[in-house]
Design a protein around this ligand. Structure first.
Ligand code: CP
Ligand code: NVA
Length: 302
């Protein structure tokens, strides 16, 4: 069988994604019960980080350790990748020594190239275009809080960024409707939107888009790599902050998610972060469980 990678949600079938999410819920229960489960003994993961991270690094590293394996943090500052060694060569070398590779970087093409030359599974831990691992945790969180997301309405408020693109893929794979509310010029990938036009609708008004939504999601207005645009973006995104008042326009049972880190006072208000409808910290914890389910799926039987 050829090596499976996880570069976007489209690398798995809807059934496989459901299986991973359900398994994440079980793994969480096992951990909470104090059960030791080490299916990845002697397995090693290389973690390549070209951008900062708290949740992704801690969850992958802790997850590998809890599974009886080992994770190795590689930064471009200390590896030859950062000195221009070709990705094709790095992929062949690194994948000859470890069992799985996780990459967080800028260009999505880099991850695709790495995967092409890798003999072990490659996981996209965020690129400028997609953040599929976060969606596993988000889908787990919704399932735990509200049950099946199938047929529900999700609203994305703010920047049409990597997270938003991943929500479009999730709408397709998990079968929900997605409303995107963004200022002009900040819409998500146009091809992705038109490919999924049966379930994705783009609005300018957050108040219009949020009506009847069961899940409200946002993310920072300036992503990593866009720090220079921060001030300008704060101006452009005025009116797109998620607040309790905006949530009041959604379904009565709606919950709020944010992949974090959050900029309180920009894309989300302080009160919204602490509102009972906010599940952002459950969502963050689920990065651990969801990625353990992903690792088990990719590796345990390998
Ligand atoms: N949500 C997320 O990926 O967080 P980190 O950038 O801290 O990994
Ligand atoms: N859109 C954000 C997500 C961070 C987890 C970024 O790319 O910086």
């Amino acid at each position: 069988m050829s090596t499976r990678h996880f570069l976007t949600l489209l690398d798995m079938t809807p059934e496989e994604l459901q299986q991973i999410v359900q398994r994440a819920i079980t793994l969480k229960q096992m951990r909470n019960a104090g059960e030791i489960y080490e299916p990845l003994k002697n397995k090693v993961m290389a973690m390549i980080f070209e951008k900062a991270s708290t949740r992704t690094r801690v969850s992958f590293e802790a997850g590998m350790a809890q599974f009886g394996g080992h994770a190795m943090f590689l930064s471009p500052r200390d590896t030859q990748l950062g000195r221009g060694e070709p990705v094709e060569d790095s992929a062949r070398v690194i994948s000859s020594m470890v069992d799985v590779v996780m990459i967080r970087t800028f260009s999505h093409e880099l991850v695709e190239t790495f995967a092409r030359y890798s003999r072990v599974p490659v996981i996209n831990a965020l690129t400028d275009d997609y953040h599929p691992c976060q969606l596993l945790a988000d889908m787990q969180t919704f399932a735990e809080q509200r049950g099946s997301i199938k047929g529900k309405t999700v609203v994305w408020i703010g920047d049409g960024n990597n997270m938003c693109n991943s929500y479009i893929n999730a709408a397709r794979q998990f079968d929900f409707k997605l409303n995107v509310a963004c200022p002009e010029g900040f819409a998500p990938n146009a091809d992705l939107v038109s490919l999924n036009s049966d379930r994705v609708k783009v609005f300018e008004s957050p108040e219009e888009a949020v009506k009847g939504a069961h899940l409200v999601v946002t993310d920072v207005w300036a992503s990593m790599g866009q720090e220079d645009e921060q001030r300008e973006r704060i101006r452009e995104f005025r009116g797109y902050q998620v607040t309790p008042a905006l949530m009041d326009l959604a379904d009565d049972d709606a919950i709020f998610m944010h992949c974090l880190p959050a900029h309180r006072g920009e894309e989300v208000s302080e009160e919204m972060m602490e509102d009972p409808r906010s599940v952002v910290f459950e969502e963050a914890e689920n990065r651990l469980h969801a990625q353990k389910a992903l690792l088990e799926f990719l590796l345990a039987k390998a």
